[in-house]
Design a protein around this ligand. Structure first.
Ligand code: ADP
Ligand code: MG
Length: 380
């Protein structure tokens, strides 16, 4: 059963900003759904609509089958995690955790038991007697999360709860969160602008931009089959290359004009696209890890030649920025592959293409026209 349902929600602020423009999705019982999108996309507004902190202009919200569109925040039984700055500085960690329970007049024995179990999972048992100011940033954030988890809420709402932590702590919190969600059987709506967080932690991602839903999918499906150039370039690191190309039909065969090179299109594209696309402009999409650097002397249908613009060494992998007729294409390969080719700026180099892993986008709408074909080639 769907735990939380958002139906065609819309919100325009008084100054005319159309923050949310018709958003519908569901979060199932015990599911972690990530609302992902760039800054200003309408993520926080959506969360505040669910919490009842903003009134919707249109649409509805229901939780466990109850219509709560007009309900007061305290009648919704949702718990929202704010960031660590929302802790009471003059109360101990224990008192901070007890606060939401005391508002609800919980008995002391149950209060103790809940706080103990939450602090054990969050590994803050040793900190219960301390004041927030005596804790590290990560510990404070865990207390803030704990304060939401001690409550037996129907839905947990989290707004970028770890995005301001340092990279190492963030990586640890990602793992901890996943375990927490399972340990607490929590139904979660989690807001983030960080695609890595969403990819690693979400059961499903709701991708939004400019107040509208771009795509709803499981993380791997969104990565493999993005419905638009927006989704394709928002998900995945390094960002997918998007290269303006022209389709060229010659003697019944289809080619892509990439810079000055003519590259044969994947064999099945003619059947999938149909004919009559000669000289049409599209955008070719290809992920940096789906291209390979090759010797400058390499020749073949699948080879294009360029010049090294920059090289970034990541330890086990190397990213090459390669200039091809006025534009830069990124290639990410293993350090072993990188050692076989030149690496100095300005040197000639080749790229080996695997056209099965190409995406094709409509130039004006950005819609995905053709998805990569992973069935013949396993992606890395
Ligand atoms: P996100 O959380 O995805 O960054 P928000 O939901 O905070 O986005 O904001 C969506 C849009 O609404 C932005 O353009 C933002 O400037 C605007 N906005 C947010 N809060 C208010 C407000 N109280 N009054 C007017 N505009 C707002
Ligand atoms: Mg926000």
């Amino acid at each position: 059963m769907a735990e939380l349902i958002l139906r065609d929600l819309a919100k325009t602020y008084k100054d005319g900003t159309e923050a949310v423009q018709g958003i519908s999705f569901e979060v199932a019982d015990r599911e972690a759904v990530f609302l992902l999108g760039p800054s200003g996309a309408g993520k926080t507004t959506t969360l505040r609509l669910v919490a009842g902190l903003e009134d919707a202009d249109k649409g509805g919200i229901s939780i466990r089958g109850r219509d709560l569109t007009r309900a007061a925040p305290r009648d919704r039984n949702v718990a929202m995690v704010y960031d660590k700055h929302s802790l009471f500085p003059h109360l101990s960690v224990y008192e901070n955790l007890a606060y939401p329970l005391r508002i609800r007049k919980m008995e002391e024995a149950e209060e103790k038991q809940r706080i103990n179990s939450v602090s054990e999972v969050l590994q803050i048992e040793e900190q219960l007697g301390k004041m927030p100011g005596q804790l590290s940033g990560g510990q404070q954030q865990r207390v803030a999360i704990g304060r939401a988890l001690v409550r037996d809420a129907d839905v947990f709402l989290l707004d970028e709860p770890i995005s301001h932590l340092d990279a190492q702590l963030r990586a640890r919190m990602r793992v901890e969160f996943k375990r927490l969600q399972r340990d607490f059987d929590a139904t979660m709506l989690y807001v983030s602008h960080d695609q890595l967080e969403a990819m690693t932690m979400a059961d499903r991602i709701v991708l939004i931009d400019k107040g509208k839903i771009e795509q709803i999918d499981r993380p791997q499906d969104m990565f493999d089959r993005p419905k638009s150039m927006f989704a394709a370039t928002f998900i995945g690191e390094p960002v997918m290359n998007t290269i303006p190309v022209k389709l060229v039909e010659q003697a019944g065969a289809l080619f892509l004009e990439v810079g000055t090179s003519l590259v044969p299109a994947p064999a099945n594209w003619v059947a999938r696209l149909g004919s009559g696309h000669d000289s049409e402009d599209f955008v070719l999409g290809v992920r940096p890890q789906h291209l390979n650097v090759a010797d400058p002397a390499a020749r073949g249908d699948d080879i294009i030649h360029g010049e090294i613009f920059a090289v970034e060494t990541l330890g086990s992998r190397v990213i090459f920025d390669i200039e091809l007729g006025g534009q830069v294409v990124r290639v990410m390969n293993s350090v072993d592959e990188a050692r076989k080719v030149p690496s100095s700026i300005g040197a000639a180099i080749s790229i080996r293409l695997n056209s099965d892993l190409f995406y094709l986008f409509d130039k004006s709408s950005g819609t995905t026209v053709l998805q990569a074909n992973f069935t013949e080639t396993k992606s890395t």
